[in-house]
Design a protein around this ligand. Sequence first.
Ligand SMILES: NC(=O)c1ccc[n+]([C@@H]2O[C@H](COP(=O)([O-])OP(=O)(O)OC[C@H]3O[C@@H](n4cnc5c(N)ncnc54)[C@H](OP(=O)(O)O)[C@@H]3O)[C@@H](O)[C@H]2O)c1
Length: 225
Amino acid sequence: MTSIALIGPGRHGTAIARLFARSGIDVHLYHHRQTKAQAAAALVRAAARDADVIVADSLAEAVDGQNVVALTTLWNAPQRAVLSALGDHLIGKVLLDVSNPLDVTPQGIIPARPREGSAGQFVATLLPQGARHAKAFSNLATAYIEEGAGDAAVLPFAADSAATAALVRPYLARTGWHPWLVGGIEISRDLEIGGRYNAVHGRHGRSRLDLEEMRRYSGPEAVLA
Ligand SMILES: NC(=O)c1ccc[n+]([C@@H]2O[C@H](COP(=O)([O-])OP(=O)(O)OC[C@H]3O[C@@H](n4cnc5c(N)ncnc54)[C@H](OP(=O)(O)O)[C@@H]3O)[C@@H](O)[C@H]2O)c1
């Protein structure tokens, strides 16, 4: 549990990369534009504590040797492009999906309705057999990613199995957030924009509950097969 890959560091992904790097986890970044990769790496290095920030030249180079691959592009077409290019490189790894079903258009940001029910369930259709799938950070505004971590606020997450949850949980816990399994990938909508873990207010502010608030709001952690 010393490193992760992160694909597509834009606004949200760079904040997530900074969160891991400041927690001492090396981050292997891949962006399809070299200048954006270097700019993101500089921002992540500025936050890193005892962690290396490596810019990979290819998707395969970024993910090989990693157990967790955070995919932080916009949903839909960029996810299709990345996941089809990665293909079997993802087998045995956890794909950490942070996406919301929002279309970014010249007219503005437009909520989409995935046929599958949620962006998480859409991503599930793109993964090769043998890849693992977890979902987190989609309920949080970018500004809260680093801010919430020092105060043991709950980080709700979903996973496709108990084994996947057990693999990803220590990475999430290392950041200072308190990971809380809320269900399988079929409940992704609850973690996405407008869902019950996004549209909730607690002591820490919107989308952030402490342990006691989470217990009252959601009951005990989910148990998966
Ligand atoms: N921003 C938020 O407050 C927030 C909150 C919760 C969840 N999220 C989720 O986080 C994800 C990212 O949102 P964002 O606001 O960070 O968007 P963003 O700033 O546009 O970042 C996405 C990045 O992915 C890059 N990218 C596109 N295709 C790529 C590829 N094939 N390989 C590598 N990189 C690629 C984009 O580069 P180019 O644009 O240069 O092509 C862009 O820099 C979305 O799924 C969103 O729903 C965002």
